[in-house]
Design a protein around this ligand. Structure first.
Ligand code: ATP
Ligand code: MG
Length: 404
């Protein structure tokens, strides 16, 4: 009795109706097709509320698990199960269940959880549970059935004309497929917070484009390399489309020579926001994203957040505004960016820092301090000087007339 090795990808169906749902499914399917390029995948099909990843004949369990691990972190994925597809006969169900359970790793107890999608299959789920359970009890005589909290649950799903059986099932990251919610421009430092903020927007389906301000030519380009490393981590799950690198050092120096020291940081930040907004307009992105968290540092008081926000008219999303540093760190660790972000690299933020920055900036005072500088001209120059680097992100479309 032949059956094929597959990976079943489940997603939450809540809130997905009609046209919305087909768009969501196609987006996720496309994203997985590209992201799994390095794995032995034959094809990915959509069947009634799930995606089925078909693996090449001869693919072993370890490779299937590696492939499943590459899927769990992809936004839009609620659950990933490794198993088999075969015909919907009780004989095939029993054989697939034995094969799946044999690969499940060490376990003492198990149960069967069957469901059928169409009632045209004559055997109901209770009966399937009993029948498949009986086959497994015979094949694994020294293991016991346990209904509450078993070590392994053998999933059996009869969908349309086929049956899917799996024993290894892992929760996914959830959210929406990248590319289903438009584009955002995320200010990306090489610090801990901003990659997490960017990723949170990606998990809600936005396509993030990053912009990094380096201190070049006043500092080395070390932070640019770190940001590239961070972007490559985000790229694994298709969470970043492109990064612009903008050398801000010379302009910061100009500000530091003439602006009141206490307001410098705010002026640097307003300049960063303006350049980000300019690049966002060219990209067709509709909002800026930062990793700011209320009160975390002197520059993140409500007054200062308002004073920087006032420089732009585009909305600024701050997904971390109400989070604690520890929560952010945990998320960065789970994401795989923490180690990189913990490395020291001077970027524009470490340049020309004043000794006592203003913590309650007033917009009028900030505007007065900014007045002597040719801001409009600078924004144009800096946006022009931005260097783009592209990453694998199926939902990302570059703007016309500007190649990476
Ligand atoms: P992070 O950990 O993200 O660097 P932070 O705690 O160091 O944040 P700030 O330096 O005040 O805090 O930066 C706040 C936000 O401003 C960052 O999360 C990021 O979105 C943006 N930002 C700061 N520095 C840069 C930079 N060099 N390039 C691009 N964006 C930056
Ligand atoms: Mg920082």
């Amino acid at each position: 009795m032949g059956f094929q090795r597959i990976i079943l990808v489940h997603y939450h169906e809540i809130g997905l109706k009609g046209h919305n749902r087909a768009t969501f499914e196609k987006r996720l399917q496309k994203n997985l097709e590209v992201l799994l390029g390095a794995y032995p995948v034959v094809t990915i099909h959509r069947i009634a509320g799930r995606l089925v990843v078909f693996l090449k004949e001869g693919t072993d369990h370890a490779m299937a698990v590696a492939c499943a691990d590459a899927i769990v972190g992809v936004p839009g994925v609620a659950r990933v199960s490794c198993g088999f597809k075969g015909e919907r006969s009780m004989g095939a169900l029993g054989a697939m269940a034995c094969a799946a359970l044999a690969e499940a790793g060490p376990f003492e107890s198990f149960k069967v959880a069957a469901r059928r999608n169409h009632t045209d299959f004559p055997i109901d789920s209770m009966q399937m549970n009993r029948d498949v359970g009986a086959v497994l009890c015979a094949a694994f005589p020294d293991r016991r059935v346990q209904m509450k909290g078993p070590d392994v649950t053998v999933g059996v799903e009869v969908v349309q004309n086929a049956a899917y059986v799996y024993a290894r099932s892992v929760r996914g990251i959830g959210g929406l497929p990248v590319g289903s919610s438009g584009k955002v421009m995320a200010l990306l430092s090489s610090g801990i917070d901003s990659p997490v903020a960017l990723w949170r927007m990606a998990r809600r389906g936005a396509v993030p484009v990053g912009v990094h301000f380096s201190g070049r030519p006043q500092t080395s380009d070390a932070s640019e390399f770190l940001v590239d490393d961070i972007a490559r981590v985000l790229e694994r799950t298709g969470c970043i489309g492109r990064v612009y690198v903008v050398p801000l050092g010379d302009h910061q120096r100009e500000i530091s020579l003439d602006a009141p020291p206490s307001l410098r940081i705010i002026l640097y930040r307003r300049l960063m926001f303006r350049v980000a907004e300019r690049l966002a307009e060219a990209e067709g992105a509709r909002a800026l994203v930062t990793g700011e968290s209320l009160g975390q540092v002197a520059s993140q008081t409500i007054e200062n957040l308002c004073a920087t926000q006032a420089a732009v008219s585009m909305p600024v999303f701050r997904p971390l505004i109400g989070t604690d540093k520890l929560e952010i760190i945990e998320q960065a660790q789970a994401l795989g960016t923490f180690e990189l972000s913990s490395q020291d690299a001077p970027d524009c933020c470490t340049l020309f820092m004043p000794r006592s920055p203003e913590t309650h900036a007033k917009v009028a005072a900030v505007e007065a301090a900014e007045a002597p500088f040719p801001i409009e001209q600078w924004v144009g120059e800096l946006a022009e000087a931005a260097e783009a680097r592209d990453y694998a992100c199926p939902g990302y479309k570059p703007p016309r007339g500007r190649k990476g």
